[in-house]
Design a protein around this ligand. Structure first.
Ligand code: AMP
Ligand code: MG
Length: 316
């Protein structure tokens, strides 16, 4: 959506049903949690997730945190090791996000994981967020509900000030209790802190009975998005190609003759929704040299180009 004004939904049974309906139709609904307001969309719907990036004006596709109502739901999507289970038992529902291995069959958009085989998940401790997630009955991807680069919103008024007219609705959950983002811990291998947040690292270490790796440790895996060539396809990538050389596979955009096309109609939302899937398909095809059509550098095109530039960056 781009023009009509954003609906303010009351936090009652009728409002929850209405919000879930919008999510099922691929729309965007902001909602309060104990950390900050999240901009939610159906995490299984590529186009809906692409709209999150469009509404926020995000210049890059960093993976998003998925919200679920309880640990049992999370176990349908992710694998837990002992550390993950201990942290989930201790801190969920709450301001803790765990990065866990994604189950191979889990129905989650590749735009949510940015093509990774791990998923960042959280079970929020907020009655309204809980009611909405239960009503929807599936995973909701939700970064903070603010335009990219602006301060995270902790009231529905903040959300409206930044995104009115760009999202379908905001559910009024009053002011957020914690007001800072969740702490992110990776439990893929040895536990490591990826982002400081609402739950102090001391509490995490106390729960696990040992110190955990911190973001500035050289051993800590970098958060995806920071690495130039992270989750790039295996083949070499050449950008802004008007046509492919004989040894190249063309990843097209717009009206070009290509074995794979991000959007034959030249639609940036469709291209964003298909980007990671196309990169995976290029790997599956065994493409060694990839040429990519020029992509306009505005709106979602900026995030697409950012990702493609990382994919094209030199690597070992
Ligand atoms: P935001 O949704 O804007 O609060 O940011 C989400 C944060 O979670 C970013 O810093 C991401 O890099 C991080 N994140 C999301 N998914 C993953 C993942 N699979 N592995 C590591 N970090 C992740
Ligand atoms: Mg944010």
């Amino acid at each position: 959506m781009t023009n009509a004004s954003t609906l303010k939904i009351e936090p009652n049974a009728q409002g929850f049903a209405q919000a879930a309906q919008i999510w099922r139709g691929g729309g965007l609904v902001a909602f309060g949690t104990e950390t900050v307001y999240g901009l939610g969309a159906d995490a299984g719907n590529d186009t809906a997730v692409a709209q999150i990036y469009a509404a926020k004006g995000r210049p890059s596709f960093n993976p998003l945190i998925v919200h679920l109502a309880d640990q049992k739901n999370v176990a349908e999507y992710c694998e837990f090791n002992d550390d993950a289970r201990a942290l989930a038992d201790a801190f969920w529902p709450g301001a803790l996000t765990l990065v866990l291995p994604l189950r191979p069959q889990a129905r989650v958009s590749k735009l949510v994981t940015a093509g990774l085989d791990t998923l960042a998940v959280r079970v929020p401790d907020h009655a309204i967020a809980q009611a909405l997630l239960r009503q929807f009955g599936g995973p909701i991807a939700a970064p903070s509900a603010n335009p990219s680069g602006r301060i995270s919103p902790t009231t529905p008024e903040h959300v409206m000030a930044g995104l009115n007219g760009k999202i379908d609705a905001v559910v009024d959950g009053g002011p957020c209790g914690v007001g800072v983002e969740s702490t992110i811990i990776s439990c893929v291998g040895a536990p490591a802190m990826l982002r400081a947040g609402g739950i102090p690292v001391e509490a995490i270490s106390a729960c696990l009975g040992r110190q955990i790796a911190m973001p500035d440790d050289p051993d800590t895996p970098m958060s995806p998005g920071q690495l130039a060539s992270h989750y790039a396809p295996k083949g070499r990538v050449r950008l802004n190609a008007d046509q492919a050389a004989p040894h190249e596979v063309l990843l097209g955009f717009g009206a070009v003759d290509a074995p794979l096309n991000l959007s034959p109609a030249g639609d940036l939302t469709e291209a964003a929704a298909r980007l990671f899937d196309c990169l995976h398909q290029l790997d599956a095809m065994g493409a060694k040299d990839i040429a990519v059509s020029p992509i306009p550098d505005h709106g979602l095109g900026r995030a697409i180009n950012d990702r493609l530039r990382r994919a094209a960056a030199p690597r070992d």
